[in-house]
Ligand binder design. Structure first.
Ligand code: NAD
Ligand code: ZN
Length: 359
């Protein structure tokens, strides 16, 4: 069976594209109870961008704090219940922020039409009813959440996405100017999420010409942004990284993430580590999977003087490491891609524990 991927309906890209948000929303305002819900990263509260959000009198705006925790099922349920009780059914949900906020917007757009806790729907195609119109405005570059069919949530028992065709945004606005304020370490960690997506995409059995076409181009852009003299955070590179992020995500739609993301999920689940940062912690020790790309990564860390702590496993208990190994093991699609359909014959929990101890 070949994949049959639902893409984003519409993409508006370029510096200043955010100014078109009000016009883009206008025709959608006739739907449901005629109001929009804006979910905005709390970082922007009181900043210039807040005043540029095209908020109409009837609209609702929520400034969500994504520090220190990535989105949770509880957070989605609370937002959904508040909105439905206060105002009814929104015309649409607009997420303005990094991967965390985009995932909140995606999940919320589904949950207004699905009963019970969002934790019931963590998995593939478990969502019963289509959601409402939703639009994403990334303010970081790298996650690919702008185009993916999943909204990753941490629930009471697992970190797993609400994954289905209806999760994909109806519209994204890619305005590279919005990423200019991302702090350098965060810029690197989230950017490396994209670099790692491309490396993982090409390092497994699901890789094909579709994923290669997007992945190669995304990697080339990543290298412009992170390697060599002209690398670094600047306006030209912000434009490149935003497209790298999108293409890295599209490369994955026909391929898969692999070992690094499996280890990363364990780190995020047990220690609440942010996704991009957890990827970097893991990728640094995965030469047997990713060969010279790991040295390239280490060189980028050194060149940009990024904080990447060593020997953090010294402070982890046996129980914590064991729990992470369990979380990492139970991601069969990632291991199938990385090691083949017979991965269960090759991968042991002891090996996962050994790798965590290297970190
Ligand atoms: P993030 O959204 O968690 O934000 C990281 C930090 O950057 C936060 O402190 C935030 O306030 C701040 N920030 C965001 N934009 C800023 C800006 N323009 N200026 C200054 N600060 C800014 O980080 P992220 O790396 O973009 O996303 C990680 C999240 O995305 C995780 O929750 C992860 O699970 C999810 N994710 C989802 C997918 C998907 O396909 N759905 C893919 C990868 C990651
Ligand atoms: Zn990722």
């Amino acid at each position: 069976m070949h994949r049959n991927f639902k893409n984003i309906d519409k993409v508006c890209y370029g510096k200043g594209a955010f100014n078109q948000l009000d016009d883009i929303l206008e025709p959608k305002r006739v739907e449901n109870d005629n109001f929009m819900v804006f979910i905005v990263d709390n970082y922007f509260k009181g900043k210039e961008l807040e005043s540029r959000v095209p908020l109409h009198d009837e609209d609702l705006i929520f400034f969500e704090d994504v520090d220190p925790h990535e989105p949770t099922t509880q957070q989605i349920d609370r937002l959904r219940d508040t909105i439905l009780a206060e105002k009814g059914m929104p015309s649409g949900v607009i997420g303005i922020g990094g991967g965390s906020i985009m995932d909140i917007a995606k999940a919320l757009s589904l949950m207004v039409h699905n009963e019970g806790s969002s934790s019931l729907y963590q998995g593939l195609n478990l969502v019963k009813n289509p959601g409402i119109y939703h639009l994403g405005v990334p303010t970081t570059s790298g996650t690919g959440a702008e185009c993916s069919m999943t909204a990753v949530l941490t629930g009471p028992v697992k970190k797993l996405g609400l994954k289905c065709d209806w999760t994909v945004f109806n519209q994204v606005i890619l305005d590279p100017e919005l990423t200019a304020s991302v702090p350098r370490n965060q810029w690197f960690y989230t950017g490396m999420d994209c670099f790692i997506h491309c490396i993982e995409s090409e390092s497994g059995i699901f890789y094909n010409d579709f994923s290669r076409a997007y992945g190669d181009q995304a990697l080339k852009l990543c290298r412009d942004v992170f390697v060599g003299e002209n690398s670094g955070q600047n306006s030209e590179n912000d434009e490149k990284l935003m497209i790298a992020s999108l293409f890295g995500g599209l490369s994955l739609t026909y391929s898969e993430v692999g070992a690094c993301h499996a280890f990363s999920y364990g780190l995020s689940y047990v220690f609440g580590m942010r996704h991009g940062y957890a990827n970097c912690i893991a990728f640094n020790h995965l030469e047997e999977f990713y060969g010279k790309a790991v040295q390239e990564f280490k060189d980028m860390v050194a060149f940009h003087k990024i904080d990447l702590p060593q020997n953090i496993s010294a402070g982890w208990s046996d129980e914590e490491i064991s729990k992470m190994a369990d979380v990492a093991y139970h991601l069969p699609h990632m291991w199938t891609h990385a090691m083949g359909h017979d991965w269960e014959k090759k991968l042991t929990k002891e090996y996962l524990i050994e790798v965590y101890r290297r970190m």
